[in-house]
Design a binder for this molecule. Structure first.
Ligand code: LAN
Length: 715
């Protein structure tokens, strides 16, 4: 965005991405000695948007050659430890948590971060109205605009700067910060710019209920419970950062009314209409009234302090179980604040959080942003390996070393031990699992375990590949997955479902849907069944009956989840194209394809009905939000790759539509083998989008490879 006042920039030739045991952090080299000792790598340059000078490749005359060119390019982005990294931005409510945590814990913000976070927020302000939304492609909202405005002000931007002025005007048009959703009110209360009285309750006492209570927090989706855990601790303390000049100015800037005149207790349920994805249920409103009274008058002091101690114990366990990385980008800063307020500056935990928070920051051409996790390392690496296998390129000498390194990474990152006293912290079995990011984060994810295991098995059965993961460890991965099947046969994300979806009536976050409990997902389910099936080929006698019945029930779930129009709704990628690809892979596993299955046929018809005039597929993120297929204005490489893979999974008998899709992929490939970034690819909780920039390369390579295998040289 053009601004009247030019913003400083750091010197991009000084940024380096470091990887150590899967921990990825960006460093700004201040001295010439450092620069000489640590040259900038191709992957640094690529991620920073600098010229990589990678060569033009010979023009591809077949799909396989195009796949090979794609892989030649992508192999140059592999990190020294064997994984692939990338930006994982999209959500616009994460940086505020980090910066507010730095602010309330008196942690200095390094100058290069200050400059580049400011640049990022300026680059990402809505060019029309100057605000920020829930995610980078979303409309400006009070949540996004108020909190990112606060970030810019904490980072030192003058309130008269044109970017600040424009954002403030937008915030005021939206009614000001009084209309912040629950989580926004929380962050503002922490910095002393909102009153705790105006916040719906998050009582820590909930955690003292007996475990059989059907709405006990241990039954909630793990992200929701790990966010509300530290939030309840700070809510109970009603802590606000001491008032200073910034507090006083922000109180004037954020509201349309005089701050002193606001009766905060009347605004617990004031939320700007644009911010509401999931409106309060009447049950939640009643519960909030009762719990407010409980907190104000009824809760005995000893219960309160017992609850705080219990919650604090769980916070410490989460820190220790994840080596202070925490489950995600919201609970890490929250736990950091909780530990700081309780243990003070000298504490080991405080020091550790200051380190681990760095793993969530990412540098790109627009500046510095916060990723949705501590990286995508294991997930993207597993997919890349599978794409290479699909292309049958594993035997080519030029990719050998790359694949060995990828295997080494996956071997290194398998989780080897369960959490100590795992029942006390309500944790899922994790010995044998893979996390989405890295081992030390330590959270089992069903499909990350599955994709990790598939990649390992595929590589280890390739001639001349080392065998690094023992049979026993592959069995451990299977053991974890077998603990995770839901009653409906499907698989959820981190844990099996622990309570019914009626708990969504207590969803208080307003901005997200489906956050209270786990659900069965076609994506996760497919990953698990395909992993179990591959495992069974190599270990036919290990838990064979259980594997057999798990697969059967899982496929039953896949079939039952198909919508009347033949499609599947995808919860983690945008949207129907993503889930269709997985679901059809599950069906193919039991031999159900276009030729013999009405389920597969209907799905193919749905997919074909969405092909665009240029031969590609393009789905808008609104598909995820609204639950119905909505075309993007333009076809998208990633959607096209998914649709082609889906049709090939179903063995759709006519080559022509698939070839048109493949030709679109080829026409968008650059001369150095890469594909360029298009619209956002991923989603969570229905309303928030998240970027998967490696998908454009990985899934295009896979689609081309599959096409080559199915059709090339066979005419
Ligand atoms: C992710 C990223 C990966 C994703 C898949 C593996 C793709 C999926 O199949 C299972 C769920 C999972 C692991 C997932 C869950 C929710 C995450 C962690 C995210 C979408 C990335 C960011 C998001 C997290 C909840 C963001 C913080 C927001 C809160 C509401 C706490």
């Amino acid at each position: 965005m053009a601004t009247a006042t030019a913003l400083p920039k750091t010197d991009y030739s000084r940024w380096r991405l470091k990887t150590h045991e899967g921990r990825q952090t960006w460093h700004y080299l201040e001295t010439d000695e450092q620069l000489a000792a640590w040259p900038q790598a191709t992957y640094d340059k690529y991620h920073l948007g600098l010229d990589t000078n990678l060569p033009k490749l010979p023009e591809a005359s077949t799909a396989l050659e195009a796949a090979r060119n794609g892989l030649r390019f992508f192999s140059k982005l592999q990190l020294p430890e064997g994984q692939w990294a990338c930006e994982y931005g999209g959500p616009m409510f994460l940086l505020p948590g980090l910066i507010i945590s730095y602010y309330v814990t008196n942690t200095p913000i390094p100058e290069p971060w200050r400059i580049e976070i400011t640049n990022y927020l300026c680059a990402r302000a809505n060019p029309v109205d100057g605000g920020w939304g829930l995610h980078i492609e979303g409309e400006s909202s009070v949540f996004g605009t108020s909190l990112n405005y606060v970030v810019l002000r904490i980072l030192g931007m003058d309130p008269d700067h044109p970017v600040a002025q424009k954002a403030r005007n937008r915030l005021h048009e939206l009614g000001g910060a009084l209309g912040s959703p629950h989580w926004g009110k929380f962050w503002l209360a922490l910095i002393g710019c909102y009153s705790w009285e105006g916040m719906n309750p998050v009582p820590p006492e909930m955690w003292c209920l007996p475990n059989w209570v059907p709405f006990h927090p241990w039954r909630w989706w793990v992200h929701t419970r790990q966010v509300y855990l530290p939030m309840s601790y700070m809510y109970s303390l009603k802590y606000s950062h001491p008032e200073n000049d910034l507090t006083r100015s922000l109180r004037e800037e954020l509201y349309t009314q005089d701050y002193a005149s606001i009766q905060f207790s009347q605004h617990r349920n004031t939320v700007a209409p644009l911010d509401i994805y999931h409106p309060h249920s009447p049950i939640l409103d009643v519960a909030n009234e009762v719990l407010t009274m409980w907190g104000n008058w009824a809760c005995p002091k000893f219960v309160q302090s017992y609850a705080r101690r219990h919650v604090y114990d769980l916070i410490c366990r989460e820190d220790e179980n994840t080596l202070y990385c925490c489950l995600g980008p919201v609970n890490n800063p929250l736990n950091f604040i909780a530990r700081y307020l309780t243990e003070g500056e000298g504490s080991h935990a405080v020091k550790m959080h200051r380190e681990t928070l760095k793993e969530f920051l990412w540098m790109k051409h627009e500046g510095m942003l916060m990723n949705g996790t501590d990286g995508v390392q294991t997930w993207d690496t597993s997919f890349l390996v599978q794409a290479v296998v699909e292309c049958e390129l594993t035997q080519e000498a030029e990719f050998k070393e790359m694949l060995i390194k990828a295997l080494e990474f996956l071997e290194n990152q398998q989780i080897r031990e369960n959490c100590p006293e795992m029942d006390k912290c309500y944790r899922q079995q994790r010995k044998g699992a893979w996390a989405f990011s890295k081992k030390s984060q330590g959270y089992t994810v069903s499909d990350c375990t599955a994709e990790g295991l598939k990649a390992v098995l595929m590589l280890q059965t390739t001639p001349d590949m080392p065998k690094l993961v023992s049979d026993r460890r592959c069995m451990d991965a299977v053991d974890v997955m077998l603990t995770m099947q839901n009653a409906d046969g499907g698989f959820a994300s981190y844990e099996p479902i622990r309570a019914g979806s009626w708990l969504e009536h207590l969803n208080a976050a307003e901005v997200f849907g489906k956050i209270m409990v786990e659900y069965s997902y076609p994506e996760c389910t497919t990953a698990v069944v395909t992993a179990l099936a591959l495992f069974r080929e190599h270990f036919p006698s290990y838990r064979s009956h259980e594997i057999e019945s798990t697969i059967r029930r899982a496929i039953g779930f896949i079939k039952s989840a198909q919508r009347a129009d033949g499609s599947w709704y995808g919860a983690w990628g945008i949207c129907f194209n993503y889930a269709n690809m997985f679901a059809l892979e599950s069906l193919a596993l039991i031999g159900e394809v276009w030729e013999n299955s009405s389920v597969a046929r209907k799905a193919c018809e749905f997919i074909l009905s969405k092909q665009m005039d240029d031969g590609g597929w393009g789905e808008s993120y609104l598909s995820s939000v609204k639950g119905e297929y909505i075309h993007h204005k333009h076809s998208q490489v990633v959607n096209t790759a998914w649709a082609c893979i889906a049709l090939m999974n179903a063995k759709y008998p006519h080559k022509e539509p698939i070839e048109r899709g493949i030709n679109l992929l080829r026409s968008r490939q650059q001369q150095n083998g890469e594909w360029l970034q298009e619209a956002i690819e991923g989603v969570f909780n229905k309303s928030c989008m998240i970027s998967y920039p490696n998908y454009k390369n990985v899934f295009s390579i896979k689609a081309l490879g599959m096409f080559a295998r199915h059709y090339e040289g066979k005419e």
